[in-house]
Design a protein around this ligand. Structure first.
Ligand code: PLP
Length: 383
C-alpha cells in the first residue's frame, strides 16, 4: 500500500482561525492561588504539593498514595525504578502511545517489546501481550488511549500468571473508571500527566499513585536525589544517600494550579464527556468514519481525545476540515517509527492497518456542543 504524504502544509492553527484541537484549562481562581504562592516562603516543593497529593489520593488512589512530580514522564520513570526494572530486563509496552511512555526505558537499558493495538479501542491488544509474555518479561505497561480504560481484568490475569506488575499510563484518563473502579486505584503503579493540555494542568507536572504503602518513602526519596527530606528538615542532617535519585519533584506553584483544577474536576470531566457524547450522536450513521471506543458499557471514558478512523483519504479529510476552520491531527504515532526504538516492526498488523486512518478531532473545555454539531455536519458533507 502506498504511504500517505506528510501534512506539512497544515500548520498549527490559532484560535482566530477557527476551532483548535486543544486548549489548556486554567481555572480563574488559579491566578490568585499562584500569586499567593509567589508571595509566600514556599515556591518549590512545599505544603501545596503535600495538599495536592492528599486530595488527589482521595479522588484517584483508592487506599493508595500519590507522589507529585515534575511531569508524567517523571512519574513513569519513577514507577519503572520502583518496579525494580533494571538493565537487561524485558517489558511489554504499547506501540501506539506518546514516546514518553517508552523513552525512560532507553535510559534504563530495559528492552521494550512492542505490543500491537486493539483495532476497536487503539489500546494495547491483550492477545498480542499473551503471545509476547515469557519468563523474561518483568512488567507490562498499558496506556488508556484517549481516556478509555484498557482491558484491565485480562491484563491483570496475565500479570498474575507471570507474577509481574502492571504499570498504567493514565495520562489521558483521570476520571475514567473500569468496572466501577477509578483509574489510579487498580494497579500497583498508575501515572497521570498534568502537561499543558491535559484535564488537569500544572503547566507541566505529573502524579504517580502507588498501592504498596512500603514504596511511598522510597518514592519520596528517589524524587529528591535519594535524600530523606523529612530528616533533612530537622536541622542537623547526617544521613547517607544510599539510593540514586533524581530531581523529579513538583513545585508549589504547579500544585496551586493543580488544586484549583482538582476542585473543579467534575465540571472539567463532565464538559469533556458531554462533547464526546455530542460527537457520538452527531456522527451516528455518518459514512466513511467511525469513532473509537464509543460503545463500551463496562468502563467510562475520560474523553481526553476524540479519535476516529476514516475509511480513506485522511489527508483530504483533514484539509476539508481545515477549509471549514477546524483543526485536526494525529497527536501520537507508532513508536517503532523512531530510530531510537530500533526501527519499524513487521509484526504489528493492526497498527499497520490503522496507521494511515486514525485522526483526532477537537475536544477541550473552551468548546461548545454547538461547535461539535458543526464539526459533525462538516464531516457528513464528505471529503
Ligand atoms: C500517553 C502519554 N504518556 C505520557 C505522557 C507524558 O506526560 P508528560 O508530558 O506530562 O511528561 C503523555 C503526554 O504528555 C501521554 O500522552
Amino acid at each position: 500500500m502506498q504511504k500517505e504524504k506528510p501534512m506539512n502544509e497544515l500548520p498549527v492553527m490559532n484560535e482566530q482561525e477557527g476551532i483548535v484541537l486543544f486548549h489548556p484549562h486554567v481555572p480563574a481562581r488559579a491566578i490568585d492561588e499562584v500569586t499567593n504562592v509567589l508571595q509566600s516562603r514556599w515556591i518549590g516543593q512545599g505544603p501545596r504539593v503535600a495538599q495536592f497529593e492528599k486530595e488527589f489520593s482521595k479522588r484517584f488512589a483508592g487506599a493508595g498514595s500519590s507522589i507529585a512530580v515534575g511531569s508524567g514522564t517523571d512519574a513513569l520513570h519513577l514507577a519503572y525504578i520502583l518496579a525494580g526494572l533494571k538493565a537487561g530486563d524485558e517489558v511489554i509496552v504499547p506501540v501506539f502511545t506518546c514516546t514518553a511512555t517508552n523513552i525512560p526505558f532507553l535510559y534504563m537499558d530495559v528492552h521494550v517489546r512492542f505490543a500491537d493495538v486493539d483495532p476497536e479501542t487503539l489500546n494495547i491488544d491483550v492477545n498480542h501481550v499473551r503471545q509476547l509474555v515469557s519468563d523474561k518479561t518483568k512488567a507490562i505497561v498499558c496506556v488508556h488511549y484517549g481516556g478509555l480504560p484498557c482491558d484491565m481484568d485480562e491484563l491483570h490475569a496475565v500479570a498474575k500468571e507471570f507474577n509481574i506488575p502492571i504499570i498504567e499510563d493514565a495520562a489521558h484518563a483521570p476520571g475514567a473508571t473500569y468496572k466501577g473502579k477509578v483509574i489510579g486505584a487498580i494497579s500497583p503503579f498508575t501515572m497521570f500527566s498534568f502537561q499543558a493540555i491535559k484535564h488537569i494542568t500544572t503547566g507541566d507536572g505529573g502524579m504517580l499513585t502507588l498501592q504498596d504503602p512500603t514504596l511511598v518513602s522510597k518514592a519520596e526519596r528517589i524524587r529528591w536525589f535519594g535524600i530523606d527530606r523529612s530528616n533533612k528538615q530537622k536541622g542537623t542532617w547526617e544521613n547517607d544517600i544510599t539510593e540514586v535519585g533524581y530531581k523529579y519533584q513538583m513545585t508549589d506553584i504547579g500544585a496551586a494550579m493543580g488544586l484549583c483544577s482538582l476542585h473543579e474536576f467534575d465540571d472539567i470531566l463532565g464538559h469533556r464527556q458531554k462533547l464526546m457524547e455530542g460527537y457520538k450522536k452527531g456522527l451516528r450513521g455518518a459514512q466513511g468514519i467511525k469513532l473509537i471506543g464509543a460503545d463500551t458499557t463496562d468502563r467510562t471514558h475520560a474523553a481526553w481525545l476524540c479519535t476516529a478512523l476514516v475509511e480513506a483519504n485522511r489527508v483530504g479529510f483533514m484539509h476539508a476540515l481545515r477549509n471549514k476552520g477546524i483543526e485536526s491531527g494525529q497527536v501520537h504515532y507508532r513508536n517503532d517509527r523512531y530510530s531510537i526504538f530500533g526501527g519499524r516492526r513487521d509484526d504489528l498488523p493492526h497498527m499497520d492497518a490503522i496507521e494511515d486512518r486514525y485522526m483526532v478531532l477537537p475536544l477541550h473545555t473552551k468548546m461548545t456542543l454547538e461547535q461539535v454539531d458543526y464539526i459533525c455536519e462538516v464531516i457528513k458533507q464528505g471529503w
